[in-house]
Design a protein around this ligand. Structure first.
Ligand code: URA
Ligand code: CA
Length: 433
């Protein structure tokens, strides 16, 4: 088999066989196929797409390019949740203990944030002592005993994806449904979950700006998951504005605690209950979505979810007293309100730009090597649809530096006030096949 023939076949709209796809991924992983041929191939896929069978084969070839995690020593149905990335997305911090408090194992492998989206590990590390560098054995033991644990990305998982994603990033081949779907699903499948709930974001803060594109991506991923025996459901949710009020690390931990107490922002709470209900049903712990939602609300109300969170923190070395005393979380030196310049209704909060503003305060990284400031971030005071008076705060900058004029300018450029505005729909669509 020659790579050049396979590039031409895809270029001309042909369908590759399983053997051919395995040849490409194996060769690219071991270095016998060079970057220039792989980038030509990726570009052919961008223009020619892939059939459902090719997508599945590509995903599994990437899964098999490295190590896979065996979660079988954990009893029960293992559910994973994945978000395609958003701004101020605190859902994992809430969902992990919430789902675990219904006796459903949450064996979470998480990453750090890059760019305008935050990572769950960074957020958790704003809790003193908390660490994710634990052995696989310890991880499994914690999940078996307390139903929830988080581990950093360890081992040689999907090396083909790692290499291909880096190549796509610099060759204009990121934006392709089969390439994105196989990239995400290969990592989820290799991480060992039995069932997967995908939170596919749509809007300015999302990878997929339009609902139509988000649907195509969700459908592609759901098809791949189901075709390899991992039950998968996609929830298309709004990311036209940041989720909840807090965008940052310590302040999102505080927001997660509030939500676990039943006092969280309305949109974050609703998204958690929607994603959570599907997870509970996939785990076979409820008869219907309504039943699942009722159970989730119950463990919020009776304090079980919050207790689970405390135990989870303590198990991984974290100071669980921050749950009752959030003032012990890292605090920023300055709280700078940004007032509205006019009366009206907030009609737009451009999510990715506000996420970038939080990053510029130090809450996120622009390169992998950047160190982040866990205390800083942005606290929205108004959401889209809210009425605002001139002089009233639109948001508060939590900062450790006083000179933030450039960031304030960015905020004004990305929050629009109009005579009328509606609250955007949060859950756009559920994709099951
Ligand atoms: N996230 C991924 O993991 N892969 C992609 O291709 C795009 C986003
Ligand atoms: Ca948030």
């Amino acid at each position: 088999m020659r790579m050049v023939d396979l590039i031409q076949k895809k270029r001309d709209g042909g369908e590759l066989t399983t053997k051919e796809i395995n040849f490409i991924i194996k060769g690219y992983t071991d270095g016998s196929i060079p970057d220039y041929q792989m980038s030509a191939f990726a570009m052919a896929v961008v223009f020619r797409d892939m059939t459902p069978r090719e997508r599945k084969d590509l995903t599994m070839a990437m899964v098999n390019s490295g190590e896979t995690i065996d979660l079988s020593p954990i009893s029960g149905v293992k559910i994973d949740k994945h978000s395609t990335g958003g701004v101020g997305d605190t859902t994992t911090l809430v969902l992990a203990p919430l789902i675990a408090s219904l006796d459903i194992p949450m064996a979470k492998m998480s990453g750090r944030g890059l760019g305008h989206t935050g990572g769950t590990i960074d957020k958790l590390e704003s809790i003193k002592g908390f660490h994710v560098e634990i052995t696989r054995e310890k991880f499994i033991e914690l999940v078996n005993n307390n139903k929830v644990a988080v581990i950093g990305q360890t081992g040689n998982i999907t090396p083909a994806d790692k290499k291909l994603y880096a190549l796509r990033d610099v060759t204009g081949t990121v934006e392709s449904i089969p390439l994105i779907a196989s990239s995400i699903m290969s990592k989820k499948i290799a991480a060992g979950a039995d069932a997967i709930v995908l939170d596919v974001k749509t809007g300015s803060g999302a990878f997929m700006k339009t609902e139509e594109d988000a649907y195509r991506l969700a459908h592609a991923m759901v098809s791949i998951g189901n075709s390899v025996g991992r039950k998968t459901i996609g929830v298309i949710s709004d990311m036209s504005q940041p989720l909840g009020f807090a965008i940052g690390n310590a302040i999102e931990v505080k927001e997660a605690i509030d939500t676990l107490k039943g006092e969280g922002p309305e949109d974050l709470t609703e998204l958690v209950l929607t994603l959570g209900s599907h997870m509970v049903c996939l785990a076979g712990k409820a008869d219907s979505l309504e039943d699942a939602r009722k159970k989730l609300k119950e463990v919020i109300k009776n304090g079980k979810a919050l207790e689970k969170f405390k135990k989870f923190l303590a198990n991984q070395g974290g100071d669980s007293s921050i749950v009752d005393n959030p003032a012990k979380l890292p605090q920023a030196a300055y709280h700078i309100d940004v007032p509205s310049k006019e009366d009206g209704f907030v009609s737009e909060i451009v999510a990715d730009e506000i996420g970038t503003a939080a990053m510029l305060l130090g809450a996120g990284r622009s390169t992998k090597e950047d160190k982040i400031d866990l205390a800083v971030g942005i606290m929205l005071r108004k959401k889209v649809g809210d009425k605002v008076k001139k002089g009233e705060a639109l948001l508060t900058l939590y900062s450790n530096k006083s000179g933030v004029d450039d960031i304030i300018k960015k905020v004004y450029e990305n929050i629009k006030i109009s005579d009328y505005a509606e609250v955007p729909k949060l859950i756009h669509r559920i994709v099951t096949e």
